[in-house]
Design a protein around this ligand. Sequence first.
Ligand SMILES: *Cc1c(COP(=O)(O)O)cnc(C)c1O
Length: 239
Amino acid sequence: MTDRKEQLAANLAKVEERITAACTAAGRDRSEVTLVVVTKTYPASDVRLLADLGVRHVAENRDQDAAPKAAACADTPLTWHFVGQLQTNKVRSVLGYAAEVQSVDRARLVTALSREAVRTGREVGCLVQVALDADEGARGERGGVGPDGVRELADLLAAAEGLRLDGLMTVAPLSGPYAGRQRAAFGRLMDLSTALRSEHPAANMVSAGMSGDLEEAVAAGATHVRVGSAVLGVRPGLG
Ligand SMILES: *Cc1c(COP(=O)(O)O)cnc(C)c1O
């Protein structure tokens, strides 16, 4: 193995150990949690190594970086998730590679996603991104709809042609009442998920937890954790 492949393998093994330990502590089966590796800022060569090492789900947050990377990895069995703020003019490009859009946070985006899914004859999985730091009726600084807007957006998604409502996603807030309280934030997300599933039983995906807080997310009940730096290394600068 190359140095980089060995490094990624070692990091993946550590993350795998953390997920397994968190599942055990929570009395959950390891199979209940899917690892999504966030490959943003890292090259397609790393993504290919991850695929070789058995990773099956990867995520990106910027279409201009993700589109060429996904094209370079088109022959791998990877499923691509989009987790960033999404402008409607990028929808066509994103649906060229992403099977799951985790960051749906407004009605206009639902309309654009649905139109493109129908045009290409595909079904696209969607999560409502919840901003736990958003004021009533507002959107979060890093995207997401406030808790009071989840139901309306979920109903819209569920009724949209070409789209499949899969569940909820959140990023633990850096400000507001949940700042530094990941466990409470993820607990709130789970409550929202329970409410959602009472109307949309199949929408059982809960995407929460990153490198720094995946244990809290698994403890709360997350079905998908999105891990970047713990696998690929600390990103230089913002990203
Ligand atoms: C970057 C990113 C992650 C991964 O963060 P790490 O701290 O590197 O694990 C997860 N979710 C979203 C939405 C991201 O943008």
